[in-house]
Design a protein around this ligand. Structure first.
Ligand code: AP5
Length: 299
């Protein structure tokens, strides 16, 4: 199985990749871990990558692609792998596709981790890792005041915070994700490979959602996108054809307008009638006063 875990920094890709390693026996290939190891060993790649990593920027594609090519060529990757943090931009996605096409081993799935930014910032701020084995923990998961030590052995030192887990670098990493990595969602959705999961839940719940998404046949997902169901529902609503519906709507509008005009006419007629009656009454009264005055004069 060849899987890509896609998501913002701190969305839990590394944590879940570890769980897939245990469940399926596939190696986790994390470009972040590979680069951090290169930096720690002071290799040429590491020296070149360090400045970009400290600034929260992406490391140059040539370096990352060089590292990934070497790693995927190792024996344990022959059966498959979990790519964590790679690809991270369109050029890397294209390079990966070309690499896999050359060996006729395409990707099986790309899983997107959806987590709101507020939760991401909280997770990154609380992340601590073991400098000896790389195990990842979070201060929010341990009781307040307890000493943060790695549970993988008594000889493991105290946990440390990653140098790029500071406020300014995290803001830059999120910005880089939005601009360069997020467009890959559409890219992989277009290829029918994307399976999105709500990763804003406890780790065990996310693991079952992840495994569920991986076991779900991709065909079903693609079929769900077809607007067939919508079309049927629209047909059920009214058996009339669109042209007939339009004609009927026009007829209804004309009839309504006529009704309003007729009402207005009737009101107008009533008003005129009242005015005429008033005028006639006034004229009659005038006439009767004039007659009375004439009679008085005679006598
Ligand atoms: P990288 O190491 O890949 O960092 P990232 O993508 O920023 O991802 P993170 O490791 O921060 O987070 P994650 O999603 O793995 O979350 P995690 O499981 O640790 O890259 C670092 C740098 O290297 C980059 O900035 C770049 O410079 C360079 N780089 C790497 N790849 C590159 C590439 N392809 N191209 C160019 N440059 C590259 O979880 C985070 C915390 O949350 C942990 O404390 C964890 O315990 C906790 N947590 C996990 N899941 C949950 C949960 N469900 N609920 C609560 N807490 C949880």
């Amino acid at each position: 199985m060849r899987i890509v875990l896609l998501g913002a920094p701190g969305s839990g890709k590394g944590t879940q990749a570890q769980r897939l390693v245990q469940r399926f026996g596939l190696p986790q290939v994390s470009t972040g871990d590979l680069l951090r190891s290169a930096v720690a060993r002071g290799t040429t790649y590491g020296l070149q990558a360090r400045a970009a990593m400290d600034a929260g920027q992406l490391v140059a594609d040539e370096i990352v692609l060089g590292i990934i090519r070497e790693r995927l060529a190792e024996a344990d990757a022959a059966r498959g792998y979990v790519l964590d943090g790679f690809p991270r931009n369109a050029a890397q996605a294209r390079a990966l596709a070309a690499m896999l096409k050359a060996i006729d081993r395409p990707l099986d799935a790309v899983v997107l981790f959806n987590v709101p930014y507020g939760e991401i910032v909280k997770r990154i701020a609380g992340r601590r890792s073991c400098p000896k084995c790389g195990a990842v923990y979070n201060i929010h998961d341990v009781p307040a005041g307890s000493v943060l030590r790695c549970s993988n052995g008594a000889d493991h030192p105290a946990l440390v915070q990653r140098p790029d887990d500071n406020e300014a670098t995290v803001a830059m990493r999120l910005d880089v994700y939005e601009k360069q990595t997020r467009p890959l969602i559409e890219h992989y959705a277009g290829l029918g490979l994307l399976r999105a999961i709500d990763a804003n839940a406890p780790p065990d719940v996310v693991t079952s959602r992840l495994i569920g998404a991986l076991l779900r046949p991709a065909k079903k997902q693609r079929a769900a996108k077809k607007p067939v169901a919508k079309k049927k529902a629209a047909k059920k609503k009214s058996p009339r054809k669109p042209a007939a519906r339009r004609k009927a709507a026009v007829k209804r509008k004309v009839a309504a307008r006529r009704k309003v005009a007729a009402k207005r006419k009737a009101v107008k007629r009533k008003v005129v009638k009242r005015q005429v009656v008033r005028r006639v009454k006034r004229a009659a009264a005038k006439l009767s006063r004039a007659v009375k005055r004439a009679v008085r004069k005679r006598h």
